[in-house]
Design a protein around this ligand. Structure first.
Ligand SMILES: [Zn+2]
Length: 735
């Protein structure tokens, strides 16, 4: 690889700059929610009216090239002189109209404005005046969180008061839209028993509100669905109010989380919401240890795949420290913050910096966003208007999280998902999350070759039929654990819905049939193993990487299944860990299937009753990741869209732009802190060789190093050498 000469570099940069200037101009007539790509937010505290330096923030908006700002308007605290009774004015506001001032200067600076609300809680005087507007438990005690009263979503607070606040804000200040930090009201563990709820639920279900959690009770499941339905109504009602008062593009967009598990616990239905909104404001500020950086890219892909490839997803990215413990006023270590933002870019997410408080004494946090936001501006044409390239679809559904996950969704749903996803990232196999109701559309749009079910147990008949249809048409399948065991309400089926494809049946007596026993098993660990056939001739080809062992560590528990195909690996039950004299296998051979591989015409199906995905998320054993990747490669017959020669953990996310460019994000996660927050410094890698499969390509350019990369071609494969990656690189292959 040769570095570009100064002149070539200037030409390349100039060409890129021209292109990036052209892109937004061409779309100048598009509504704001399709144009505004970079956001900033100073989340005001109650004392900020007395200390904010507005000119400082205007300069920061300019420095960071934001096109829109989120400004606190109302909710828990109003930052304008509201006339609505009980709408609490921020304690430091006095007669000031800080929201109005900020809106005015933002408009002078040509920025889009989101009015920010936080609607779910209110002060004691409000509760005293209207106790029946607030959530109450079964004993009639009000629900109080952080000293504030949580409003009920079925009473006049949501039906009259909040619409009045929205109308006041939109009519007086004409923001482009309204976003709401916390709009969902009481969570799943905070059921409300007020008269409004009793009445509304009885009208729907013909029954009283359930008094206890009982997932086997149809009334309790109906209560879950009733809660979801009310949140969708709120979404629609609030949109009617803001569009009524502010015009058809004045959107109300709440806020959504990137954690499906959390979304389930607050009744926000990802698929239904994203299908009805023009834009998504994502409150997903940081990395969790068990999910890693790649979760951000994956979240962008997951939401885009249900909402539409072109919808924008700005994501609130904390510039302050969030980790196991949070420090809202101290800077997030720069390397940690950068990798999170860059992973968002790799998933098609738009940046939105977030500071908490108008005055910051840790000024280092102001240096984080600028270079990233400027880089985004320069290369934005490659970062939107594109579709992912992937052969693999990871299937998910929120009903599976609700009705199969129940109160153990971390162990039953999150862990298998995370383990599978991380094994694919580690193996550089690009994958796209696919909702089970979108199988037909997404597999067609992306030409997927393989669907993966990571312990996806709850499936309706129609969803199971869509999977069967995909296989019938030649698509391959990888399923783990209890996939297809239940119907969409989480009730155990007579047998696995995909039993004929998976080559296994669940006997009448089996621990998986008992929700309590299977949850206990999912949480547990024991010293168990998986046995590989001793004779190499009998070994399945996916096991080639394990020639020197007849045994793999496992950790989970399996009971007999009825298999119609000889298992490729079988289960060895738990043996004692100590004393050493006792550590020997009581049952070296059981024949209990751990892996079943079968072929159905051109389709390949791998079924892993052994929950290696969950185990990989927990134990990080390389054998587990390697076997998951080997099964995916076997199912795909080795056909992958890219290859990367480089050591370690590099998240590869390829996209195709509408203009036909192939854009590959490479995120360097080689780091002592890659799986545990926070990253403290970057560890550069290089040189790396990247090969992609593409149509006609004439040139390759790197967008971070800003160099033209010499290219070798072999058939449809194009190879470039990237000298070095510090944190991330984006390579564009153009026609
Ligand atoms: Zn209520």
């Amino acid at each position: 690889m040769t570095t570009l000469s100064r002149r070539e570099l200037l030409l390349t940069s100039a060409a890129l700059a021209v292109a990036s200037r052209l892109a937004p101009a061409a779309e100048a007539r598009a509504p704001w929610h399709q144009r505004v790509l970079r956001w900033g937010q100073t989340n005001l505290t109650e004392i900020d009216p007395g200390r904010i330096d507005i000119e400082f923030w205007r300069a920061h908006w300019k420095r960071t090239r934001v096109q829109g700002v989120v400004i606190n308007a109302g909710g828990i605290a109003a930052f304008y002189p509201t006339k609505i009774p009980f709408h609490h004015r921020a304690s430091g506001l006095g007669d000031r109209d800080l929201f109005g001032e900020l809106v005015r200067v933002a408009r002078e600076d040509d920025l889009a404005v989101f009015a920010r609300m936080d609607s779910n809680r209110a002060h004691e005087d409000f509760h005293r005046a209207h106790p029946d507007w607030f959530a109450h438990d079964a004993d009639g005690k009000p629900l109080v969180v952080t000293g504030l009263y949580v409003a009920c979503v079925n009473g006049p607070y949501y039906r009259e008061y909040l619409p009045a606040v929205l109308r006041e804000i939109v009519t007086n200040y004409r923001p482009d839209g309204v976003t709401d930090n916390n709009w969902n009201g009481p969570q799943r563990h905070q059921p409300c028993y007020c008269a409004n709820c009793e009445q509304s639920f009885r009208a729907r279900a013909g029954a009283a509100l359930p008094r206890r959690v009982d997932w086997d009770d149809p009334v309790y499941r109906e209560w879950i669905l009733w809660n979801y339905a009310r949140r969708l109504e709120i979404w629609d009602e609030f949109n009617r109010v803001t569009r009524d008062a502010g015009g058809p593009d004045c959107l109300w967009v709440g806020m959504m989380s990137g954690s499906l598990n959390y979304q389930a616990r607050v009744f926000r239905d990802d698929r239904e919401v994203f299908r009805r909104t023009e834009l998504i404001m994502l409150d997903h500020q940081r990395r969790f240890d068990d999910e890693g950086f790649a979760h951000n890219a994956e979240t962008g892909l997951r939401l885009r795949s249900v909402g539409g490839w072109d919808k924008l997803i700005p994501e609130s990215m904390a510039m302050y420290h969030l980790g196991e413990h949070n420090f809202r006023l101290a800077t997030k270590p720069t390397a940690e913050a950068r990798l999170w933002v860059e992973s968002g870019f790799a998933g098609g997410i738009q940046p939105w910096w977030h500071h908490l408080g108008a005055v910051q004494e840790d000024r280092r946090m102001f240096a984080t966003a600028e270079p990233l936001w400027r880089w985004h501006e320069k290369h934005e044409r490659y970062l939107v208007g594109r579709m992912p390239i992937a052969g693999v679809g990871l299937l998910w559904s929120q009903r599976n999280m609700d009705f199969f996950g129940r109160d153990d969704a971390g162990a039953l749903v999150d862990d298998p998902w995370n383990g599978m996803s991380q094994a694919l990232v580690r193996a550089r196999i690009p994958a796209v999350p696919v909702h089970v109701d979108d199988i037909e559309r997404i597999t067609r749009e992306l030409e997927l070759k393989l669907l993966v079910l990571p312990n996806l147990a709850a499936l309706s008949d129609a969803q199971a039929a869509a999977i069967q249809q995909f296989v019938k048409a030649g698509g391959s399948l990888l399923a783990t654990g209890m996939s297809s065991l239940c119907d969409e309400a989480g009730r155990v089926r007579p047998d696995l819905a995909l039993s004929p494809l998976l080559g296994a049946s669940v006997p009448g007596e089996h621990s998986w049939r008992d929700p309590a026993r299977r949850a206990t098993q999912a949480r547990a660990w024991s010293q168990t193993y998986l046995r590989l056939p001793r004779e190499s001739a009998r070994r399945h080809e996916s096991l080639r990487g394990f020639a020197d062992t007849d045994l793999l560590a496992f950790g989970g528990t399996l009971e007999p299944l009825t298999a119609s195909v000889a298992p490729a690996v079988s289960f060895v039950p738990a043996l004692p860990l100590s004393p050493p004299e006792d550590v020997w296998m009581r049952q070296p051979e059981t024949g209990i299937p751990g892996l079943i591989c079968s072929e159905h015409g051109p389709a390949r199906v791998a079924y892993l009753p052994a929950d290696l995905d969950r185990r990989f998320a927990r134990d990080q054993l390389p054998d587990h990741g390697d076997l998951l990747a080997a099964l995916v490669r076997w199912c795909l017959r080795g056909e992958l869209p890219l290859e990367l020669d480089a050591p370690g953990l590099i998240d590869c996310r390829p996209w195709r732009t509408r203009g036909g460019d192939t854009v590959v994000h490479l995120l360097n996660l080689n780091n002592a802190n890659a799986w545990r927050t926070p990253v403290q410094e970057f560890v550069p890698v290089g040189p790396l060789r990247l090969r992609v499969r593409a149509g006609e390509v004439s040139r390759a350019v790197s967008l971070v190093n800003e160099a033209r990369l010499p290219m070798k071609r072999r058939g449809n494969w194009y190879e470039v050498e990237i000298p070095r990656i510090v944190d991330h690189e984006v390579v564009v292959f153009s026609r």
